[in-house]
Design a protein around this ligand. Sequence first.
Ligand SMILES: N[C@@H](CCC(=O)N[C@@H](CS)C(=O)NCC(=O)O)C(=O)O
Length: 204
Amino acid sequence: MKLFYSLNSPYARKARIIIHELGLAKHVEDVLVSLPADDKFRVINPLGKIPALILDDGSAIYDSPVICEYLDELGGGKFIPRATLFADAKGKWRALTLQALGDGLADAVVRRNQEMRLPEDRRSAELIARQTRAIEGSFAAIERAVPKFPEEPTIGELAILSAIGYLDLRVPEDGWRTRYPQLARWLAKISERPSVMATKPPPA
Ligand SMILES: N[C@@H](CCC(=O)N[C@@H](CS)C(=O)NCC(=O)O)C(=O)O
């Protein structure tokens, strides 16, 4: 199969960590895509977004939660736990909801950055404020959740570390580590995992 990705994409990073952790690299050919995507890539994913995965029979899978579920199942099912009651803080629904929070945080960082790159007179202050509120709200919720993070990460924790790695790349001056110290300690520890080190985005 082929994984279409970029080195910076927080969404692709989840899939790349799973490939690394589950020993799937020998089955996956990496294909770097530069954005905006060309017409050839849009045949694979009409949305023009990475990551996308093409299976050996030619079927295309996107977007990242679907790709991650496919790869996890293929590799023995380590990152998406079995369904249990949400409140027990271990199971599938907690992991998937945390993944939605991490991916949503990445969405808000991407959207705010796009807006910040516009000339000042074309920027929407309202849009920037809305994305900033989503980013700060996500960080506060993640900080509260950290004490219950399992020792071995699920897809939820992979999404969180990927989103924050992307924020660190794009907004290194953010200073979130002083506002969210438990999260900072957790991220430093999980960043020592070989799969997390191997997928770190290169400096901007
Ligand atoms: N929900 C999608 C988001 C993917 C996404 O937005 N990827 C970005 C790169 S980080 C992209 O391809 N952007 C190109 C575009 O929007 O045209 C997923 O989880 O896969």
